[in-house]
Each structure stands twice: as structure tokens, then as C-alpha cells.
Design a protein around this ligand. Structure first.
Ligand SMILES: [Cu+2]
Length: 185
């Protein structure tokens, strides 16, 4: 499964590609087509909200159980003292994303406390990937995501902060796949 994501493209590029394929009549045969980790969701489809609090160097979610196919609105808040990111992806996608983040630091688009959106825009790095939010201390944002239909695909989706050094320091986490029985509440 993981070999399918060996690319230097950003995750959002992959995701959009996957969505386009699905739209073009890509059948859900079950096996061999599990590159998609889901897709940006729409507000009218939201099934549930999950609050995400980011601090140094961890995530606290009020639920980490995901039902296949559901659309979740993540309410993300940076409750820490430095810039943090909530990025849905895989270790492979984060590797690709890492260089981008380091470049943003180097070029002064971001510091430990501040995100310079003007500089990012000027450089064509909007950092508005639909699978990710990047927040200064005290900021909040929401991210709506539709998870894939199959449990084994949901199982591939994880989250991490790609601010340089944070992932290595353990700022990441995984979801549990909820079965219908377990998710009843
Ligand atoms: Cu962080």
C-alpha cells in the first residue's frame, strides 16, 4: 500500500488526483486502489466534530475514532506557544512536505511564533493545502475532511505537525477505525 505514495508531490496533489480518478468512474473494487486518504469535505456533509488541541509537542483530540466514509469537521486550536500544524497524511507525505516547511523557515515566511502570510503568498506558497492547517499560538481554524470508505484506508490516515523538529519530537498521532458497534454513542 505504502509504495503507492512514493512521490515528491504534495499530498494535496495526490488527493486531488485521487478524487479526479474517482470522479472519472474509478470503481471501488476494494483492492489495489487505496492511494486516496480521503478528500476535502463539504460543510453540509459534516457528520461529526472533533476538537484538536495542539501544544508542545502533542495533539489532544476529543475523539480519535473515525468511521469509514464519514465527514469530520476538525476544530483545531493552537494552545501552545509556538507555531504548529495539523496535517492529515502519512509518513511518506510528511517526508515530501518537510522540505517545503524548512524552506519556509529559511526564507523567513515563518518563525517559531509567527506566520508571514504575505511573504508566503509573494513566493507562491499559500500553504492552503486542504489536508492541513498551520496556526500561530492562539489561533483556531477548521478543517473538513471526508474519510475513505474502507476501514483499511482509514487506517492509513494519520496526523502530524511538520514544523521543523516537531514530528521528530513526537508530534503526531493515529486514528482508530470505529466499527458501527463501537461508535454508537
Ligand atoms: Cu508543532
Amino acid at each position: 500500500m505504502k509504495t503507492l505514495i512514493q512521490t515528491t508531490a504534495t499530498l494535496s496533489f495526490l488527493l486531488l488526483g485521487g478524487t479526479a480518478m474517482a470522479g472519472a468512474g474509478h470503481g471501488s473494487s476494494g483492492h489495489g486502489s487505496t492511494t486516496a486518504l480521503g478528500a476535502p469535505g463539504h460543510a453540509e456533509d459534516v457528520d461529526r466534530e472533533i476538537a484538536v488541541s495542539m501544544t508542545e509537542m502533542k495533539f489532544d483530540l476529543d475523539s480519535d475514532e473515525i468511521r469509514p466514509g464519514e465527514t469530520v469537521r476538525f476544530l483545531v486550536s493552537n494552545d501552545g506557544r509556538v507555531v504548529h500544524e495539523f496535517n492529515l497524511g502519512t509518513p511518506e507525505s510528511w517526508k515530501a512536505h518537510d522540505g517545503e516547511m524548512r524552506a519556509m523557515f529559511k526564507k523567513g515566511m515563518m518563525s517559531m511564533r509567527k506566520i508571514d502570510h504575505d511573504k508566503m503568498m509573494a513566493a507562491g506558497m499559500m500553504h492552503d493545502d486542504p489536508n492541513s492547517v498551520l496556526l500561530e499560538p492562539g489561533e483556531t481554524a477548521e478543517l473538513i475532511w471526508t474519510f475513505p470508505d474502507h476501514a483499511e484506508q482509514v487506517d492509513e490516515v494519520a496526523f502530524a505537525c511538520n514544523v521543523p523538529g516537531h514530528l521528530a519530537a513526537g508530534m503526531k498521532g493515529e486514528f482508530d477505525v470505529a466499527t458501527d458497534a463501537a461508535a454508537e454513542s
